[in-house]
Design a protein around this ligand. Structure first.
Ligand code: F6R
Length: 597
């Protein structure tokens, strides 16, 4: 959460900082700001989105050859201008991502020394503590170093100094930070995506590293203060990967990319010559696993639920699935040498990372399905099974979800020792999804959903997690209340909600559960509920008399239905939010990378 950028150059850096921030806005958009050294510290800060900062910079231009920028997802303090970053004193300005856990103690200490605070944030203790050390006579580097020694929590920090217009300092503890190498220009950002058009030469700070960055160099130090080298790699992210192209929103673009991203993910593991799956090499034999704990949040958690169904059904290995924010608190019983599998698009989700650490402390093998291969979760894992979805910018996860499902399908097939037939079904999936994308019924049905106050999604078997995911997609971008319910569970309470105003989206592929789900559909219709049926040709025909609207799907084998049936849900959510005029790529209160617990 929160995006930070820093640039030190021979030229004015403000425009480049602004444009890098636009590629980080998915991390938070409660407020934004930029600071530079121009004589002293000069800054512009605004409430709300980056577009407001753009307007402010037009009114009151800013110029400097070293600067930092920030786009905020509020934790401590309201999303108002006084809490917007950069936080500054006359001598230093700081941007920060993360939480300073001992801020209250530090604030009291600094207030007792006579320093004044102007915000409600935890961040402000950083520039004031640095200023205290500067006032004590330390040079900027030493003042920064001493300050780091006092901070507790997880953070990524960038700082500039009034006394040294050629210096950019950075530090990482828990929250990611990338350094970009340019010509007579150096960069700093929360991730390589922000820097894609500026530099592909990237190194990542490791935990507890801090860096002294100037126009042509970057010196990195570890926790003990020893100078260290961190590999400079090619990020491989082109500027174009973070553009919308001809699509109106990133979310729509990413939904349409799924045939490609599923195929690319599958290709990484599929050996077409021997028609089998090759999993990434590990120090232990993953196929000997006797029990698996799957842990994740949100959409990634729903992919984990489907993973459970597949692994148990195909490989007969018992699987437990937990939401990461509860995993530690239920104190799970671990089996010696067991396996914990984390799923995360960003690879930075704080709850998932904490669950990983808990499993590690309990001597579990750690496997992760991640989209960002340089992320903290990837780095802490014994094996990663990467999803090759490419950068996902829309806050609502779509192509990362289907890539996670692809990884789970691949894993289940490998654990089940490559049972015949299933691989071919996976290979066929991208072209089936391409067909589903071209159905033209979504907008008309979305107009119906857009008028509802509450929408219910039901499904059975692997369609149950798909119902949960459909409801999450709808609520997070359209702000309509939505609930996913196991079709059989409806009559145990939730059916009381049904009346003629409540659309019920039914995920009913023609699998072994169809007949039972069909009975639940009739129960809904009997209570006046508006049934929006997603089923194949036969299903749509069988339930025609009780259906308000139908989305006819191609006939697909039951194994791949989660991959195929999640697509109409994504499009329904998208067009419903569009009909409501909602901010689709940046829904209120959310951020793409959730680095606080
Ligand atoms: C919903 C969504 C979230 C994420 C969740 C976990 O569309 O994107 O529910 O799935 O915040 O994020 P990652 O996968 O990055 O750990």
């Amino acid at each position: 959460m929160c995006g930070i950028v820093g640039i030190v150059s021979k030229k004015n850096v403000v425009e480049k900082i602004y444009s890098s921030l636009t590629r980080l806005e998915y991390r938070g958009y409660d407020s934004a700001g930029i600071a530079v050294v121009a004589g002293g510290i000069d800054r512009r800060r605004v409430e709300g989105k980056l577009s407001n900062l753009h307007a402010e910079l037009k009114k009151k231009p800013l110029k400097g050859t070293v600067g930092i920028g920030h786009t905020r997802w509020a934790t401590h303090g309201l999303p108002v201008t006084k809490n917007a970053h950069p936080h500054s004193t006359k001598r230093v300005s700081v941007v920060h991502n993360g939480i300073i856990e001992n801020f209250s103690e530090l604030r009291h200490e600094l207030e007792r020394k006579g320093y004044k605070f102007t915000s409600q944030t935890d961040t402000e203790v950083i520039p004031i503590l640095i200023t205290y050390y500067l006032d004590e006579g330390e040079k900027p580097f030493k003042a920064f170093q001493k300050t780091l020694g006092r901070l507790e929590g997880a953070f990524a920090i960038g700082a500039i100094f009034a006394d040294d217009p050629k210096l950019l300092m950075a530090a990482r503890k828990g929250s990611p930070l990338a350094i970009g190498y340019g010509k007579d220009e150096m960069y700093l950002a929360s991730d390589a995506i922000a820097l894609a058009p500026l530099s592909q030469k990237i190194s990542y700070l490791e935990d507890d590293d801090y860096a002294k960055i100037s126009i042509n160099s970057c010196e990195i130090f570890d926790k003990s203060g020893k100078k260290v080298e961190r590999i400079v790699k090619n990020s491989g992210i082109s500027g174009g990967a973070v553009e919308k192209g001809h699509f109106k929103h990133f979310m729509l673009k990413e939904i349409h990319e799924q045939p490609t991203t599923i195929a690319e993910t599958l290709t990484a593991y599929y050996d077409p010559v021997h028609h089998k799956i090759n999993l990434p090499k590990a120090k232990f034999d993953i196929t000997k696993t006797r029990r698996i704990n799957i842990v994740a949040c949100g959409t990634s958690y729903y992919s984990g639920m489907i993973g459970k169904y597949w692994i148990e059904q195909l490989a007969g290995i018992p699987v437990e699935v937990d939401i990461a924010s509860e995993f530690r608190y239920r104190k799970p019983v671990f089996e010696r040498g067991g396996l914990t599998l984390l799923i995360s698009q960003s690879g930075e989700t704080a709850d998932t990372l904490a669950a990983l650490k808990h499993a590690k402390e309990n001597k579990q093998h750690i496997v992760s399905i991640v989209n960002v291969q340089q992320s903290s979760i990837a780095r802490e894992s014994d094996i990663i099974i990467p999803t090759l979805a490419g950068p996902e910018i829309g806050v609502a996860s779509t192509k990362a979800f289907s890539a996670q499902l692809t990884c789970f399908a691949v894993l289940a097939i490998a654990l089940a020792k490559n049972p015949p037939g299933l691989l071919q079904q996976l290979v066929d999936t991208p072209s089936i999804i391409a067909e589903v994308l071209h159905n033209d019924c979504y907008e008309e049905i979305a107009d119906i959903l857009a008028k509802a106050q509450s929408v219910i999604y039901i499904g059975r078997g692997t369609s149950y997690p798909i119902a949960l995911e459909g409801a999450l997609k709808l609520k997070e971008i359209s702000y309509i209340h939505a609930e996913g319910i196991g079709a059989g569970e409806l009559k145990h309470g939730p059916i009381a909600l049904i009346d003629k105003k409540v659309p019920v989206v039914v995920i009913a592929p023609g699998d072994e559960y169809f007949t039972k789900t069909a009975s639940n559909v009739r129960e809904v219709a009997a209570r006046g509920g508006k049934v929006i049926l997603i089923s194949d040709k036969k299903g749509c025909k069988d339930l025609k008399d009780v259906t308000y609207r139908a989305i006819e799907m191609p006939n697909v084998p039951s194994f791949i239905t989660p991959l195929v049936y999640s697509v109409p849900e994504q499009l329904l959510a998208y067009y419903t939010a569009l009909a409501k005029g909602a901010d689709i790529d940046q829904p209120r209160n959310l951020a793409k990378s959730v680095t606080v617990e």
